[in-house]
Write a protein that binds this ligand. Structure first.
Ligand SMILES: [Zn+2]
Length: 382
C-alpha cells in the first residue's frame, strides 16, 4: 500500500515497501565480492548524486555521500558495499512467506545490501519531504569490510563532521542495538626446526610439526570465558613423508570484550609456543596483529539513546546486543565517532542459507528513518 501524500502520520509510515524491495534486488544484481567493488561503487556514486547527495570517493574506493539536513547537526550512517567471499551471479528467490533466499549456490549479499537499500529509501524520502526536520547525514559506504574492515580502517574521518553514528550491518532481532564489540587479534605463529632425512639421520633433525603439536596441545582454545574466545584455524608445514619438517605455520585468532583477558590469553598462547620451542631447541616467531579494537557505548550516550528512542517509537522493544564480531563501527569508535550497530534483517550472513524477510528489511529502514527524523535530542557532547 502506498501512503497518500499529506496523510502520513509518522515519517516511518512513508517507507515504500515495493520501492525498497526493488532497490534491494537491483543492488543484489551488481556483483561486489570483497576487493572487487569498482562496479557497485560506480552504481552507488551515481545514485547518491541523483538523490541529492554531494559524493566523494577516496583513493581506495570508500564513498562518502553527504545529504544536507534541514536542522543543525551531522550524523554518520555507515554501510559496506562489498560482499563476503568470491560469489558472483547471485540469484535471489522470493518465497511465498515473504523471505528472500538464494538459489542455494551462493550467499545472498543481504550483508550489507539490505543496509544500502535502506539508506537509499531514506534519501528518497528525505528528498521528498523537505518539511521534515533532520540533521545532515554523512552516508559512508566502505569497501573491503569483509576483508578485515579495510575501508573503515583507512578512511580519513577528519573529512567527516558527524558527532556520532549508526552502522547498518548486523544480524540480530529487530530492535537490537549492538553497543559492545570485542577486540580481535590475528595470530601468525611460525615454528622453525631443522630439516633432516627422517630415514637416514633423524637425530640431526628438529621436527617443527612435533613442536607445533606440543604448543597447540598446551593451549586453551575455544571459549575461554564469557568474554574471550581463541582459535588456531590453520596449520601448514612439512614437505615430504621422509623429511623431518623444519617449518610449520599456524594461523589463529583471539577475541575478547575485555582487554586484560585478551592480553592474558595471548600471553598464555605465546608462552605455550615458546615453551614447546625451547624444549626441542627450536625457534618460534609469534606475530600478533590487532584487526579491530573493542568499543562499548553507554546507554546514556547519544547514539544509543537516539537508536533506542527511534526503536520504541515504532512500538518495538530495545534489546542491547553484545556482538562476537566487529563492524566498521569498531573503527569509527576508535577514531572518535561514537557509533552503535543496528540490524538490517539479514540472517545467516556469509552462508548459502543467508536470507532476509521483506518485513524486516522494511522495519530496519523505518528505524533509520525514525532515528534521523525524530526531534533533536540536544547538542550536548555524545
Ligand atoms: Zn556486513
Amino acid at each position: 500500500m502506498s501512503p497518500v501524500p499529506g496523510s502520513v502520520l509518522r515519517p516511518a509510515d512513508a517507507v515504500d515497501r515495493d520501492r525498497l524491495l526493488a532497490t534491494f534486488l537491483e543492488l543484489l544484481a551488481v556483483d561486489s565480492p570483497t576487493g572487487h567493488e569498482e562496479e557497485i561503487g560506480a552504481v552507488l556514486e551515481a545514485r547518491y548524486a541523483e538523490l541529492g547527495c554531494t559524493t566523494t570517493k577516496d583513493d581506495i574506493g570508500n564513498i562518502v555521500a553527504v545529504f544536507p539536513g534541514t536542522r543543525p547537526g551531522t550524523i554518520l550512517v555507515s554501510t559496506h558495499m562489498d560482499t563476503a567471499g568470491t560469489d558472483r551471479g547471485i540469484v535471489p528467490v522470493i518465497g511465498d512467506d515473504g523471505v528472500i533466499r538464494t538459489d542455494g549456490t551462493t550467499i545472498l549479499g543481504a550483508d550489507d545490501k539490505s543496509g544500502l537499500a535502506g539508506c537509499m529509501e531514506v534519501m528518497r524520502l528525505l528528498r521528498a519531504h523537505p518539511e521534515w526536520s533532520f540533521p545532515t547525514i554523512e552516508f559512508v559506504s566502505t569497501v573491503g569490510e569483509e576483508s578485515g574492515l579495510v575501508g573503515s580502517r583507512h578512511l580519513d574521518v577528519s573529512r567527516l563532521n558527524a558527532t556520532h553514528g549508526f552502522v547498518l550491518d548486523t544480524a540480530g532481532v529487530m530492535g537490537s542495538v549492538t553497543y559492545w564489540s570485542p577486540t580481535s587479534v590475528y595470530l601468525t605463529i611460525t615454528f622453525h626446526g631443522r630439516k633432516a632425512h627422517a630415514g637416514v639421520e633423524p637425530e640431526k633433525g628438529i621436527s617443527a610439526v612435533q613442536v607445533a603439536a606440543e604448543a597447540v596441545a598446551a593451549m586453551q582454545l575455544g571459549r575461554i570465558d564469557e568474554e574471550t574466545v581463541a582459535n588456531i584455524g590453520t596449520i601448514q608445514g612439512g614437505e615430504a613423508r621422509n623429511v623431518i619438517p623444519d617449518t610449520v605455520v599456524l594461523q589463529g585468532m583471539a577475541r575478547s570484550h575485555d582487554q586484560d583477558k585478551l592480553d592474558r590469553q595471548l600471553s598464555a598462547m605465546r608462552q605455550a609456543c615458546e615453551q614447546a620451542a625451547e624444549a626441542h631447541s627450536a625457534a618460534v616467531d609469534f606475530v600478533q596483529e590487532e584487526i579491530y579494537k573493542t568499543y562499548r557505548i553507554a546507554e546514556d550516550a547519544r547514539p544509543y539513546r537516539e537508536a533506542a528512542s527511534a526503536i520504541r517509537s515504532l512500538g518495538l522493544e530495545v534489546s542491547p546486543r553484545k556482538s562476537g564480531g566487529g563492524t566498521d563501527g569498531n573503527y569509527f569508535n576508535a577514531k572518535g565517532i561514537p557509533c552503535v550497530a543496528l540490524p538490517t534483517g539479514m540472517v545467516d550472513e556469509h552462508a548459502t542459507s543467508e536470507h532476509i524477510a521483506i518485513d524486516d528489511l522494511v522495519v530496519a529502514c523505518q528505524v533509520l528513518l525514525a532515528i534521523v527524523t525524530q526531534p533533536a535530542q540536544g547538542d550536548e557532547q555524545p
